[in-house]
Design a protein around this ligand. Structure first.
Ligand code: FE2
Length: 438
């Protein structure tokens, strides 16, 4: 077939244009950036980078002035070229939007918006999410969450499936019973951080985290996991904020106290100190004695507190993991102690691969309270079997939907007022309600 010279020229031109387009549009993908705990006048970001040389981080104010970090620190693992750069800024103006700008070798590499806290705020709006399997499509669920404009996001466990899709150590009879080695923990944290849309979003929102079994590194694991020290170092690299007036670690696993707008949160570590095998009496440990001593000590002087755990507190009705279901006697001791305290608590949990709200009757702690469970934001879905094993405490629930929860806290003259709403992928409201603890 003869080739028309014009067509040949056009094809050449198209090829050249294409090459041009390919080279000029090859902008690198956004970096994975997590905003850490933020105050009225400080913030911090954790930036995942491949290698660490050539990066420079600045905050830009509304007048275009660039401000350098107060401190920087790099977390790394010998097995990987991926680093987490911890960058902190101080002496900021309250309630102000800044641009975080990342330079690489002098070129602009990435830009995000972030905000300092508004000291006048009396209401807190926060999101809770758990079970983030990077092999389950996330769709637009993180964008849906961000569109609701939470002040802070709690990632409350199985934030990484570090014991899945890995070369780990086989420990059980089932094919998936693999415990993650430190190199795999690091690799899976890198993969998941690079996957989750939250960390690529235009607007950053402060994140506070604790873990559950899969990010700890072993399914249904406890204190016998041989890499718990190394796993904590990986958690600290990817999720820890610097200690401040708003955030203090207990020095016991991931346990942390976080407070914002006069609301108190205790993030508990349900893995490092748990006796995972079936034992009775005093041997039963879910959070461990030291962590509980820390909790009791730090609840003093607080009228209300939110207790945040990876797995459910009141989950005795089902056969999967929960404090009540796995360590019933330890749970009874925990409840008996809580009942003696003047602090009133609300429970927050994940892990269940379904979402529900439970009412804890006044008979239990001397006041009526609630447990809010949200899971999975993107992960496997299973039927609840609530028809065969009903939850007597449940007041709202939904299975078979990827979900997160949005809560609003207020302090009217008496009590703690909560508004809770569970959302599914696509933005559909699954259930909502207003609750008061007093
Ligand atoms: Fe999970």
């Amino acid at each position: 077939m003869p080739v028309c010279p014009h067509r040949f020229l056009i094809s050449l031109l198209a090829l050249a244009l294409n090459a041009c387009v390919t080279t000029t549009t090859a902008t690198p993908p956004r970096l994975a950036i997590m905003q850490g705990v933020t105050g009225n006048d400080y913030t911090q970001v954790l930036v995942l980078t491949e290698g660490e040389q050539g990066y420079r981080f600045v905050l830009v104010d509304a007048q275009g002035r660039e401000r350098s970090p107060h401190s920087t620190k790099v977390s790394r693992h010998a097995s990987s070229s991926w680093r987490v750069q911890h960058v902190a800024f101080r002496n900021l103006t309250p309630n102000t939007t800044y641009l975080l700008r990342v330079y690489q070798h002098g070129e602009r590499r990435d830009e995000r918006r972030l905000r300092t806290l508004d000291p006048q705020r009396r209401k807190l709006r926060f999101a809770i999410a758990s079970c983030m399997d990077d092999r389950t499509p996330q769709g637009d669920i993180w964008q849906q969450m961000l569109a609701l404009r939470p002040d802070v996001i709690f990632l409350i466990g199985d934030n990484v499936y570090a014991d899945r899709y890995v070369k780990g150590i086989k420990y059980g009879t089932k094919s998936w019973e693999i415990m993650a080695t430190p190199a795999e923990l690091w690799r899976r944290n890198v993969e998941t951080r690079n996957y989750i849309a939250l960390f690529k979003s235009e607007e950053l929102v402060p994140v506070v985290a604790t873990w559950d079994d899969h990010d700890y590194g072993i399914n249904n694991g406890g204190r016998d996991y041989p890499y718990k020290k190394e796993s904590l170092a990986v958690f600290d690299a990817f999720f820890a904020s610097q200690p401040s007036a708003h955030y203090q670690r207990a020095g016991l696993g991931t346990a942390a106290f976080f407070n914002i707008y006069a609301f108190n949160f205790f993030l508990l570590d349900n893995r490092s100190f748990r006796v995972a095998k079936a034992v009775a009496g005093k041997q039963q440990q879910h959070y461990g004695r030291k962590q509980l001593q820390w909790l009791w000590r730090n609840l003093q002087g607080k009228d209300y507190a939110m207790l945040v755990g990876g797995d459910q507190f009141f989950g005795g009705y089902h056969r999967f993991e929960s404090f009540e279901g796995r360590n019933r006697q330890a749970f009874a001791r925990f409840m008996a102690k809580l009942k003696t305290l003047p602090t009133k608590v609300v429970f927050i949990s994940g892990d269940r691969h379904l979402t529900e709200i439970m009412r804890v009757p006044a008979a239990q702690l001397g006041y009526q309270t609630y447990e809010f469970t949200s899971s999975p934001i993107h992960g496997t879905l299973h039927p609840s079997n609530w028809d065969k094993t009903p939850n007597p405490r449940q007041i709202a629930g939904q299975d078979l939907r990827h979900n997160f929860m949005l809560l609003e806290l207020e302090r009217p003259r008496a009590g703690l007022q909560l508004q809770a709403a569970a959302y599914a992928k696509g933005g559909k409201l699954l259930f909502s309600g207003d609750y008061v603890v007093r």
